[in-house]
Write a protein that binds this ligand. Structure first.
Ligand code: NAD
Length: 318
């Protein structure tokens, strides 16, 4: 299903590691006609654009340019990666105060430009920032989404595929809740080529599956901390996750992705943005998928929502 937009313009706010990697991956996929890179550090945006644009002979046709807030007016999608990044050992929630102010000021500019774009937030803590952006802008909930647990679900699928020695494309698996410490592995929804994961792993994997399950969840949850300790930031996989989300919007794919979106009673959760399977298309977040979680998963998801709600409430008070 192709969307009806004549020209597909994506504005990226934040030209740091995540924003520039996303721009690079997006350009190579030929999904956008115009990519505009905006950063408070104008020289950085300028340098990234030159470096990216010099590859133009080898990309599918696309315009890559340094942008400004004027680009919000006609962008189809605005992806926000601007902000401070996690320091080694720092939890995502610690970043809250620093990044909330940045998100609010960018949303003010987007509203002022009378933008009709779908806004995709990647800045951490992503779920709380999505809620802040939604509240602050007054936009309808379908138009403000977060990258949620799309990246975490990719990490989860990868680790299961490695253990089962099977193509990751055949692994259907979702991480739900906070993109962070309280996230929930939805094992009851997980299958390999339609076979429940426990059956598949025991038949085809080697080792103790019960222990491996624990290890996989631990590794997914701690991936960012490990990568940040090794190399200071994570950006390749989140770049690809953003391409997946933005591609689903640009091509009106109706793909089910665990983006962060506002729950209004689904899964018994109210007024919290978190990663949940949701149909994504040209209108952004179109429909939350209600999956039959087991009791343990439902309880864990509720407590993840509570952790996010407390962080949001704390910020409102501060
Ligand atoms: P970075 O420091 O390399 O880049 C951030 C950029 O934002 C900087 O260039 C800075 O100048 C710019 N910036 C700051 N305030 C701005 C403003 N008001 N307007 C425009 N630009 C502004 O950081 P990074 O490694 O690219 O990470 C960016 C964000 O993405 C962080 O919050 C990080 O935690 C988050 N992240 C999210 C995920 C995810 O899964 N959602 C994964 C990785 C990183």
């Amino acid at each position: 299903m192709e969307a009806t937009w004549k020209s597909r313009k994506v504005a990226i706010v934040g030209a740091g590691a995540v924003g520039s990697t996303f721009a690079y991956a997006l350009a190579q996929r030929g999904l956008a006609d115009e990519i505009s890179l905006i950063d408070a550090n104008h020289d950085l945006a300028e340098g990234q654009v030159l470096d990216l644009a010099h590859g133009l002979p080898y990309y599918p046709s696309v315009q890559i340019k340094t942008g400004s807030k004027a680009d919000y007016a006609d962008a189809n999608i605005i992806v926000i990666t601007a902000g401070a990044k996690q320091n080694p050992g720092e939890t995502r929630l610690n970043l809250l105060q620093r990044n909330a102010a940045i998100i609010k000021s960018i949303m003010d500019d987007i509203v002022q430009a009378n933008s009709q774009a779908i806004v995709v937030i990647a800045t951490n803590p992503v779920d709380v920032n999505t809620r802040i952006a939604l509240n602050h802008s007054g936009f309808p909930k379908n138009r403000v989404i977060g990258s949620g647990t799309v990246l975490d679900s990719a990490r989860f699928r990868y680790l299961i595929s490695q253990y089962c020695k099977v193509d990751v494309a055949n692994v259907h698996a979702y991480i739900l809740g906070e993109h962070g410490d309280s996230e929930v592995a939805a094992w009851s929804m997980t299958n390999v080529a339609g076979v429940p994961v426990d059956e598949y792993a025991q038949a085809h994997g080697s080792g103790n599956w019960a222990e491996e399950r624990e290890r996989i969840v631990h590794d997914v949850r701690n991936s960012a901390y490990h990568i940040i300790t090794y190399k200071g930031a994570t950006y390749y996989a989140i770049g690809m996750a953003l391409v997946r989300i933005v591609g689903a919007i640009l091509r009106d794919e109706q793909s089910v992705l665990t983006i962060s979106t506002l729950l209004e009673g689904e899964y018994g959760i109210q007024d919290v943005c978190l990663g949940i399977p949701c149909v994504v298309g040209q209108g952004g977040a179109l429909k939350i998928v209600q999956a039959p979680l087991n009791d343990e998963e439902r309880i864990a998801l509720t407590s993840s929502a509570e952790a996010l709600k407390s962080a949001f409430d704390l910020l409102q008070k501060g």
